[in-house]
Design a protein. Sequence first.
Length: 384
Amino acid sequence: MKIAYVLNSGNPGGTERHVLDLVKGMVKRGHRVFVWCKDGEIAKWYEEAGAEVYRSEITSDIDPKYILNLVNFLRNNKIDVLHAHDLKPATNALFASILSRTKVKITHIHTPMSEWQVPSTLKKIVTFIQIRCYSFLVNTFSDSEIALTNTRKIVKLAEGISDKKLTIIHNGLDETRLLHSEEEKKQSREAVKNNYGIPQEAFVIGVISRISEEKGHTVLLKAFKSFLDKNNELSRDVYLIIAGGGPLENELRQKVQEMNFDGKVIVTGIFPDDVQPMFYDTFDIFVFPSLAEGFGLVLIEAMLCNIPVICSDLDVLKEVSGLNAVFFKTGDYVDLSRKLYEMRSQMVQSTYEPHPTQEFILKNYSMDKFITEYENLYGRFLTK
């Protein structure tokens, strides 16, 4: 098959990692893979994984120039499968696929639009219109819209997407990329702490995610500040690493300065892909404070690494984790601070009993199953 993945991003995140896993898997199985994305770190990811990458940016909700270029690309390369990720790419790609008569059209908004963190009434009205328009396009022209979990499918049904158009496929994990020996973990911890000026004996709380509104970083900062303000042996030598970059990175750095953490909060910015497993090796607790989520890939990555996890009590995160985490009330920094204090206290007193998370993740989120389900989905529509 000739498969084209379309997205409108240049920087790392859960969606971009999802596409990378697809690229690696499909290339390994002998398919010819193309990617359309912005120039940036992830374009290099996809090239190194064996894809032919076209650097292009969508500049408006409906971008005629982009659509025309994509139509020519689809025709000239005789693409069998067009798989577009998130709203602008999916919308523009559907129009291009109609004009080019591409055989298979798969769409995927990872976090349902009705759960987006929209600040103003006007934007909420615009989002409502976008939801209705997108549902119409999917129901009319897409062969299938992906839902990462059953809870995501329920939300998409409520948004107006037809049940017959929805296919549930969970994310998968490449355990060989993330699981290290004890000696490798030790080396990673030493390297990360040295790089960010953290004492080697320090206890590290961490999160990995794109820095954007829906990821809940402000909730985490407030909770960590409350935790530190207790000023006892449980909060001494405790650091917070926020690993990742994104549209609100500068704003978050400003908040860190204003809240006066005395160097105990590190915002890393964008980092190379091969550094990510080193962060998991360094974290003593993984906190995932997301306000809205399509799946929570980093959550199951942390669970695979057997890191104690505290996360928002979103339905999707409960489903994905199999309840093998400690949950706090979404958006409630006081509850998160309480959970941090309780878990840290149990660890100090050696009474913390970890969930057997690695076994659960390996059983439910294998990479082979992930690639096979997508390959079968593409093939089913291709042979219709």
